[in-house]
Design a protein around this ligand. Structure first.
Ligand SMILES: *Cc1c(COP(=O)(O)O)cnc(C)c1O
Length: 378
C-alpha cells in the first residue's frame, strides 16, 4: 500500500530469512527443535531470568499462568478494564470471574484504587481475601503493562503480599521495558510478579507471526507450564497422560523468526524512542511513560477531544490511527461482572488515539503524521 502509513507493522529485515530457511532445510518445523530452546534461552538472558517457556501466543501463556497458579471456578481475579480482551478472557477459560479496576495516568492498573478496593470492598480473614459483594475468594491480580509502560509494581506487589494474592504480569506489550530506579531497579516488565507473559503477535515490538513466552522466578511454575503446553505427556513412547494438557507449544519455525527479531529488539526500541521524542518536539502531545522506567516505546498515545473525527480525517490522508480498546467491563460477555469505580479509563478511552509507531517509520513519515495532526485536530 504505497503511501499509506500504518499504525504498527512488523519489521523483517534481519536474519529472519536465513534462520527460517535453515529450519525448513533441516525439516524441523514443528514443536521440537533447537531454535525453540535457543529462543527460550535468549529471552531468559535478555530479561535476566533463569528459564522461559515458549508457547503459541500470549493468550495461551496467560491461560497456562492461571492454570499453574491454581485459579479455578469460584475464584475471582482482579483485572484492569482498560486492556486488550486477551488479558481477561483466560480468567473465563479457567472458570473464574474477573473484577474490573480503573487505570492510572499511565493507563496501567491504579494501585490506589486497587488498595481501596481490597480494604473497603473485601474482607480478609485467615489469609483469604473475600469479595463482600459476591462472597467469592479473590486469588490473583492480572497486571497489564499497557503500551510498553510498566504498572506501579512496588505498590501492587505490596498489596499482593499483604492479601496473599498471586500476580500475573501481562507483559505482552512491554518486552524490553525495565525499571531504572526504585525498589525494582534493573527488573524487566514481566519478571517481578509470580508469572510474566510476553507476546510475539504481528503488531508487537518483535514478532514470530504469532507466539508467546512465559517467564517466572519459580522453576516449578515453568516446568508445569512446559508440561501442560505439550499435552501433559508423561511418557513419550507409550503416550501416557496423567492430566489434561494443551497443544500450546511454539514451533521451531516461529522460534527461528523470533531469534532473528530479538537480535534487533534494542535497535527497534531506539528508533521508537527517537520517533516518540520527534513527535513531541514537533508539538504532538503524547502521554508520558512512567518516569523511573526505560520503556520500550511500543505505542504512542495522543490525547484529543475529537477522537472519531480526527481518526476519519487522518484515514482520508492515508494515515492509520486507532482508539484504545473498548473498555472490557462494557463488552457483552463482561457486563455482568463487577466493575469498581471506573472513571479514568472512561476518560482516556474517550480521548486517546494511538498514532503510527512502527519501527519502520522514517523521520519524514513522523513529520508528515505530525503535520497532518496539527492541521486537522482543531
Ligand atoms: C497482544 C496482547 C495479548 C495477547 O497476545 P497474543 O499473542 O496475541 O495472544 C494479551 N494482552 C495484551 C494486553 C495484548 O496486547
Amino acid at each position: 500500500m504505497e503511501g499509506y502509513i500504518p499504525l504498527s507493522v512488523p519489521n523483517i529485515k534481519g536474519n529472519e530469512w536465513d534462520y527460517v530457511k535453515h529450519a525448513l532445510e533441516t525439516e524441523w518445523v514443528s514443536t521440537a527443535g533447537a531454535y525453540i530452546t535457543e529462543f527460550e534461552k535468549k529471552i531468559s538472558d535478555y530479561t535476566g531470568m533463569e528459564d522461559a517457556v515458549a508457547c503459541q501466543s500470549g493468550t495461551a501463556g496467560l491461560h497456562l499462568a492461571l492454570k499453574v497458579l491454581g485459579i479455578t471456578e469460584n475464584d475471582e481475579v482482579i483485572v484492569p478494564s482498560l486492556t486488550f480482551i486477551a488479558a481477561v478472557n483466560p480468567v473465563k477459560y479457567v472458570g473464574a470471574e474477573p473484577v474490573f479496576i480503573d487505570c492510572d495516568d499511565y493507563l496501567t492498573l491504579d494501585s490506589v484504587k486497587l488498595t481501596k478496593y481490597c480494604e473497603e470492598q473485601c474482607s480478609y480473614v485467615n489469609g483469604i481475601l473475600r469479595n463482600k459483594l459476591s462472597g467469592k475468594q479473590i486469588k490473583a491480580i492480572i497486571v497489564v503493562h499497557v503500551f510498553g509502560n510498566i504498572a506501579d509494581m512496588s505498590e501492587i506487589m505490596d498489596i499482593a503480599a499483604k492479601y496473599q494474592l498471586k500476580v500475573i504480569e501481562d507483559a505482552t506489550e512491554a518486552l524490553g521495558s525495565y525499571y531504572t530506579s526504585g525498589k525494582y531497579k534493573g527488573k524487566h516488565a514481566g519478571t517481578i510478579g509470580d508469572i510474566g507473559v510476553y507476546s510475539f503477535n504481528g503488531n508487537k515490538i518483535i514478532t514470530t507471526g504469532g507466539g508467546g513466552m512465559i517467564v517466572s522466578n519459580n522453576q516449578k511454575y515453568l516446568d508445569r507450564c512446559r508440561y501442560l503446553s505439550t499435552q501433559a505427556k508423561d511418557d513419550s513412547l507409550y503416550f501416557v497422560h496423567e492430566e489434561i494438557g494443551y497443544n500450546y507449544r511454539m514451533t521451531n519455525l516461529q522460534a527461528a523468526l523470533g531469534l532473528a527479531q530479538l537480535e534487533r529488539l534494542e535497535e527497534f526500541i531506539e528508533t521508537k524512542k527517537e520517533n516518540y521524542h520527534l513527535y513531541i518536539q514537533l508539538g504532538i502531545k503524547l502521554l508520558p511513560f512512567r518516569e523511573n522506567i526505560r520503556p520500550n516505546y511500543w505505542f504512542y498515545s495522543y490525547c484529543t477531544n475529537n477522537r472519531d473525527d480526527l481518526l476519519k480525517k487522518l484515514e482520508q490522508q492515508r494515515i492509520q490511527t486507532r482508539p484504545i480498546w473498548k473498555l472490557i467491563h462494557t463488552l457483552t460477555p463482561y457486563r455482568v461482572n463487577e466493575a469498581h469505580n471506573i472513571s479514568k479509563a472512561t476518560d482516556y478511552y474517550d480521548r486517546v488515539l494511538n498514532i503510527p509507531c512502527s519501527s519502520n517509520l522514517t523521520k519524514d513519515q513522523v513529520k508528515l503524521v505530525a503535520n497532518a495532526i496539527l492541521n486537522t485536530d482543531n
